[in-house]
Design a binder for this molecule. Structure first.
Ligand code: B12
Ligand code: SF4
Length: 536
């Protein structure tokens, strides 16, 4: 029996609250791994919002024969709803990603609840996806696809033969970050900013650290697999070509959980990127303990590294030890941030509130520390027990889960278990206080003051990034909200405009004006920063 041509829709549901700033890699990866005779259509609900009915209508009109849905825990309720609607219209659905891998019985309806998927791709689907497609084309979808070796043991795909994602020819219209109204303005300035895409690239998978709250070690394993340097470099060269062809810009997000987990290898990759002229602005996640290495910092800066995401989690070593993240040393944070800032590389610092040693006031204590640092983009959340993590199992044993299936009643920034030294609503208040005061117009003004001597593009980049990051907590979709936000930040806007005309290249000699070493430049500014009440 022949397989026939299949039209496949890959769909990523939105979380209904924040807008993703970049597309999800799994969609492009599976698209690249789809046997050539079949066709794929990609829809990300974050950038192409559709109601369930609209999506079903689209799938029916397009004669879609298989829908693949991927979702983190946070979006799973929406994913199930969409899957139910598609299946009711007779379209088979296969689901994959971390959540269904962690609790497959839920999606398959084996727990007495309704079933949501015809088939599941458990774990990494690089090798099972082509089989799923062929089985679907033959009308013989199996219930579960698990990557296994000949002996039936789970197999982690080696990344040595990673497919070439054809970024240069893909339709990325829905992911363009430059709003249509700005394009003619940019054109009139002769600026090549028709498009701006943040593109996810993975250079390796796996993490050996096994932090208690994290799903990564369980999902990708504790040994690390890397792509070849050449395949990463080639991907970046193709992206550069794309940017040139579309008169736009591309930035890369290395989605590896710890981009410098093998420092020797990271250095060799960065050297190869530089040697091939493949530098693009990039962001990556690197843990603080690996950022002590000055040579690594030099290579990060020389290869285009702009922002480093650091999972600091807490400033309290007892908290870190309690979630098996004792390798983070809060006493080192300031030094690491200064090392980056000296090279004009800055950090996105992530904090978790509600850990067992947190007490009321944790947000202000954290902000007080942040004000001593070079400017960072802090993000704050609450500790969340994701299914199948050691944290989830421990809290279940301790009888502390207040919403054991929190994903089915998703509530942003609300804890799903009882913390020990603060209440659930107290943690919600701390998170709100932190976002309010970290991104207030005054805080943004002070962040920009602290890099006053730097060239204008750094200030513009900080300013824009701060406005976008604020939107993670305070939804700011729509022109009016943006205009209001810009008006609230008019002092900073005016300063940037003035500096752009008078000091485009800055006054700093590169490292001296910023006295981050002793936190002194911020001291005077800190004194001016009055915390705001936690209201938007
Ligand atoms: C990049 C990233 C983000 C990006 C956004 C996603 C994006 N646009 O790419 C940002 C930084 C915004 C982000 C935010 C968050 N993230 Co995040 N993120 C990641 C990260 C680091 C990489 C994702 C990735 O691209 N991986 C590489 C791809 C190839 O792997 P993959 O997605 O798993 O896909 C493979 C398989 O799962 C499978 N597959 C996946 N989907 C599908 C679908 C089908 C149909 C099939 C067949 C197969 C399949 O096939 C793929 C190839 O093998 C992962 C960790 C990780 N290493 O994966 C965390 C991770 C996904 N994030 C996580 C979390 C918790 C969050 C936040 C909730 C954090 C927070 N507290 O705010 C937010 C929520 C964001 C939101 N929109 O609501 C958790 C999710 C755990 C869970 N059970 O849901 C992860 C696993 C990290 C962790 N520490 O545990 N994240
Ligand atoms: S939080 Fe980061 S360092 Fe810890 S296990 Fe997860 S990926 Fe690894």
């Amino acid at each position: 029996m022949g397989t026939g041509r299949l039209k496949i829709l890959l769909y990523n549901p939105d979380n209904g609250i924040t807008q993703n700033f970049m597309p999800h890699l799994w969609m492009f990866l599976l698209q690249a791994l789809t046997p050539a005779e079949h066709e794929t259509i990609l829809i990300d609900g974050n950038t192409r919002p559709m109601s369930d009915a609209e999506l079903v209508q689209f799938a029916v009109e397009q004669k879609v024969g298989l829908v693949g849905i991927g979702a983190m825990t946070r979006m799973i309720a929406k994913a199930y709803r969409v899957a139910d609607a598609l299946r009711a219209a007779g379209i088979p659905v296969v689901m994959g990603g971390p959540h269904v891998t962690e609790i497959p019985d839920e999606a398959l309806g084996r727990n007495g609840e309704p079933r949501h998927a015809d088939a599941l791709a458990l774990g990494e689907a690089d090798e099972t996806w082509p089989l799923i497609v062929e089985d679907a084309a033959r009308g013989r979808l199996k219930e579960v696809y698990t990557p296994t070796d000949a002996s039936g043991k789970e197999r982690k795909p080696p990344l040595k033969d990673y497919p070439a994602i054809p970024w240069e020819s893909l339709d990325l219209k829905q992911f363009n970050r430059i709003p249509a109204v700005f394009r003619p303005i940019m054109r009139s300035f002769g600026a090549e900013w028709e498009t701006f895409h943040i593109v996810p690239i993975e250079s390796g998978r796996g993490c050996p650290y096994g932090c208690e709250f994290c799903t990564v070690t369980g999902f990708f394993g504790d040994s690390i697999r890397f792509r070849t340097n050449q395949s990463v470099v080639d991907e970046m060269l193709r992206l550069k070509q794309r940017a040139r062809n579309s008169k736009g810009k591309v930035a890369v997000f290395f989605v590896d959980d710890n981009f410098a987990i093998n420092v020797k290898r990271t250095k060799s990759l960065l050297r190869d990127i530089i040697a091939a002229g493949a530098e693009l602005s990039w962001v990556a996640q690197i843990s603080a303990n690996l950022l002590r290495d000055e040579e690594l910092l030099d290579l990060i800066s020389a290869s285009g590294g702009k922002w480093i995401f650091i999972g600091m989690e807490s400033l309290d070593p007892a908290n870190l030890a309690s979630v098996k993240k004792g390798f983070n040393k809060p006493a080192e944070y300031a030094g690491v941030l200064r090392g980056l800032a000296r090279r004009n590389v800055y950090a996105i610092t992530s904090f978790i509130f509600g850990l067992d040693h947190d007490t009321p006031g944790v947000a202000e204590r954290t902000l007080a520390q942040i004000r001593q640092w070079p400017p960072v983009l802090p993000v704050f959340g609450q500790i969340t027990p994701f299914p199948a993590t050691p944290l989830y199992d421990r809290l279940a044993k301790e009888g502390r889960l207040t919403r054991p299936k929190h994903w089915l009643e998703f509530a942003p920034f609300r804890m799903a278990h009882t913390p020990t030294n603060i209440s659930i609503s107290g943690v919600q208040g701390e998170v709100r206080y932190a976002w309010t005061n970290a991104y207030s117009p005054e805080a943004t003004k002070l962040a920009l003051e602290s890099i006053a001597g730097e060239p204008a593009p750094y200030k513009i980049s900080h300013f824009m990034a701060r406005l976008f990051f604020r939107g993670i907590y305070f939804p700011q979709k729509g022109t009016w909200r943006w205009l209001k936000l810009i008006a609230q930040n008019r002092t900073s806007v005016w300063r940037i405009v003035k500096d752009s005309y008078t000091q485009w290249h800055g006054t700093s000699d590169g490292r001296l004006v910023r006295d981050f070493e002793h936190g002194t430049q911020s001291q005077a500014l800190v004194a001016q920063a009055e915390p705001e009440a936690a209201v938007d």
